[in-house]
Design a protein around this ligand. Structure first.
Ligand code: 5AD
Ligand code: FES
Length: 340
């Protein structure tokens, strides 16, 4: 809306690099906060995140639940547990449920569809974040009622991608994003900032890639080394760069949904609030229950592992109100103006 064109018209690759490096961070955050205010308003939409299985067929070098990490105690919720967890999240006010897992093919097409149908009967928006599947699966999940899909591209540097995601194909992942979009899902993607070997230039390319394919949501979080992975000894990403990337994303695509990510808060106790004041308009509190919360350890130091869904819901609600923002009502989907 107002101001968007003026803020985004000049954002080519070099301008984005400037935002990520030389522009004073405070100025960038304020600008992104202004664009966020003008284009999506002051409401912060909450999504209840259920981490329902930590089995994964992949072996990403950075990920704590990678297949070859033998230290992980694996779990998989039953359908009943999962639907009950969703029910409780809906009862405490969540109007979007996000189902996330490793790439666990135990949940086959028919099994996922039953779960999707059960949750959609609760009259909420449903987001899937279960990785790469084939077209028939994506289509069936969509027809069963899934509204949105999250699949981070992680990086558009294909060499880096292939180094850090052995056995996977960047092209294949890109095609998954296109299929998801074509099927009419709201498409969420994103990157991990500070991956070993990632360059600022490649991050600028990532942001332009997202604008090119027309994502509806961008999840951007810092890389945090996990001790049981091959990247254990690498440096962590920084909160500042993650916030800069997120803020630049807001300038580039003013009306999309952008979460203040959990990994940001792992690096700083106010990380999510800082993000909400630098372009973010979504928070995805964990509504997984009991022991599962700590077993879904993609990276160490994950916040809230000893808390309950009710506690997290009220904690984040208070934080949001303390910075003068409101809790979003309704499903909070992407309402696009697409003037970029
Ligand atoms: N540090 C930060 N984020 C991570 N993810 C996976 N492993 C890590 C890590 N070590 C992110 C990936 C993935 C999302 C679900 O979690 O970007 O897409
Ligand atoms: Fe599971 Fe990477 S190890 S998606």
């Amino acid at each position: 809306m107002l101001g968007c064109d003026q803020h985004t018209a000049v954002l080519d690759h070099d301008a984005i690099v400037g935002l990520l490096t030389t522009v004073p961070a405070g100025d960038l955050y304020r600008r992104a906060d202004g664009v966020r205010h003008d284009s999506v308003g002051d409401a912060v939409h909450l999504r209840g995140l259920i981490e329902f299985s930590n089995y994964c067929r992949n072996d990403c070098m950075y990920c704590g639940i990678r297949r070859s990490n033998a230290h992980v105690k694996r779990y998989r919720m039953t359908r009943e547990e999962l639907v009950e967890t969703a029910r409780r999240a809906v009862d405490i006010g969540f109007q979007t449920i996000v189902l996330q897992s490793g790439e666990d093919m135990h949940f086959d097409q028919a099994g996922m569809c039953r779960i999707i149908e059960a949750i959609k009967r609760m009259d909420v928006a449903l987001t899937l974040s279960i990785g790469e599947r084939d077209y028939a699966d994506y289509k069936a999940f969509r027809e069963a009622g899934a509204d949105r899909y999250l699949l981070r591209i992680e990086t558009t540097d294909t060499d880096l991608y292939h180094r850090l995601n052995p056995g996977m194909s960047w092209q294949r992942r890109h095609e998954c994003l296109l299929m998801i979009k074509e099927l009419g899902y709201e498409l969420g993607s994103g990157i991990m900032v500070g991956q070993p070997g990632q360059t600022i230039d490649s991050i600028a390319d990532d942001l332009l890639y997202f604008r090119g394919i027309g994502i509806d949501m961008a999840g951007i979080g810092p890389f945090i080394p996990h001790p049981d992975t091959p990247l254990a000894g690498e440096a962590s990403g920084t909160l500042e760069l993650a916030l800069r990337v997120m803020a630049a994303m807001r300038l580039l695509m003013p009306d999309i949904n952008i979460p203040a990510t959990t990994a940001m808060e792992t690096l700083h106790p106010q990380g999510r609030i800082m993000a909400l004041q630098a372009g973010a308009n979504v928070v995805m509190p964990n509504v997984t229950e009991g022991e599962y919360r700590r077993l879904y350890e993609l990276y160490p130091g994950k916040i809230c592992v000893n808390d309950t869904p009710v506690h997290c819901r009220s904690c984040i609600g208070l934080k949001i109100k303390s910075i003068g923002r409101t809790i979003g009502q309704g499903w909070g989907g992407h309402v696009t103006h697409r003037n970029y």
